[in-house]
Write a protein of this length. Structure first.
Length: 182
């Protein structure tokens, strides 16, 4: 996909494909972004290790890893996605705290929605914490809606089972879906 330029409050944000040499930077962004979970009593989430480099490389090779970069072309946020139940599923979106609250996460989601529309994919999906302000409430503002358990396909059911096995269900979680217009 081409580079996408998005104007954010007084700065230009570009979204582009992740380069292989940037994979360790994605881990750094995720660790830094996760620190805010400590402040809300979720230190286990803050301390959770990012995906290993080989898994991040799989997303990069599949063309499903995108970064938002600053004016020096340095990544400040990233999104990785999978194909689950006929949708593009947001596996992870992380914005470095130094670049947060500027619409960069939304730009990454819009980039993925554009890709879905171009490919004729009907929706984006994700799973998230229900009561964390920068999780489910944020995604509602980005056009996602909670997905009742009865509407989960087999792939999303497997994702939720893996999350539960990892201990994430200690806090309320939910799946969400956003229709994509083509």
């Amino acid at each position: 996909m081409p580079i996408r330029q998005v104007h954010q409050a007084h700065q230009l944000c570009q979204v582009r494909q992740v380069r292989p040499d940037e994979l360790p930077v994605l881990q750094h962004i995720e660790r830094a972004a996760g620190e805010c979970f400590r402040e809300i009593g979720m230190p286990e989430i803050a301390g959770d290790e990012p995906l290993p480099l080989d898994e991040l490389a799989r997303y990069q090779r599949a063309g499903l890893a995108r970064v938002a970069v600053d004016g020096d072309d340095a990544p400040v946020a990233y999104l990785i996605a999978d194909r689950i139940d006929g949708a593009l599923h947001v596996e992870q979106v992380s914005v470095h705290p130094g670049s947060a609250r500027r619409g960069i996460g939304r730009a990454l989601l819009e980039d993925l929605a554009e890709r879905a529309a171009a490919e004729g994919v009907p929706a984006l999906t994700l799973t998230t914490f229900a009561n964390v302000p920068w999780n489910a409430p944020y995604y509602v503002r980005c056009g996602f809606r909670p997905l009742p358990d009865a509407e989960l396909g087999p792939g999303l059911r497997e994702v939720r089972a893996q999350e539960a096995a990892h201990g994430l269900d200690r806090w309320p979680r939910l799946a969400m879906r956003r229709a994509v217009l083509s």
